[in-house]
Design a protein around this ligand. Structure first.
Ligand SMILES: [Zn+2]
Length: 142
């Protein structure tokens, strides 16, 4: 055992199980636990459950931060901007019509897509074991 592993105690002996990034991404996009694919990853709109209700995998330590909004903005932008340009080219509606349609569509698409993107990001972060050290040291300190 190396000098660094002495501080980790029992955790240094454990071999981590293999995690498929693609499978965790698919489960996350379905808003399911990246570990078992059965329990819900969110308890509210985009509030992450502390742990999976089915397999009790701890989920609260995974922080997606600003990644889901960035990806959502990119996706929605690639839908709305061509939509505005295509509509203008084909129909040339009044400015008031544009103002009535596009902000509402942008908001609706953002609200609809964000949970799926956040689920996918959380799944990938879980599979890559991001923030795994924080979980270990938090539970070791308790
Ligand atoms: Zn689970």
């Amino acid at each position: 055992m190396s000098e660094n592993n002495k501080d980790l105690g029992e955790f240094a002996e454990q071999k981590p199980e293999e995690r498929s990034v693609f499978q965790a991404l698919k489960r996350g996009i379905r808003k399911k636990c990246p570990h078992c694919g059965t329990g819900n990853i969110f308890r509210k709109y985009v509030t992450v459950n502390d742990e999976c209700a089915h397999c009790h995998e701890e989920l609260s330590h995974i922080r997606a931060d600003d990644i889901p909004p960035y990806f959502t903005i990119t996706i929605v932008g690639h839908i709305v901007v061509p939509g505005v340009m295509w509509t203008e080219q084909l129909y040339s509606p009044s400015l008031l019509t544009h103002v009535a349609i596009w902000p509402a569509l942008t908001l609706a698409l953002t609200m609809a897509i964000l949970p799926f993107v956040k689920g996918g990001v959380l799944g990938v972060l879980w599979a890559l074991r991001m923030f795994e050290d924080e979980k270990r040291f938090t539970s070791a300190a308790e």
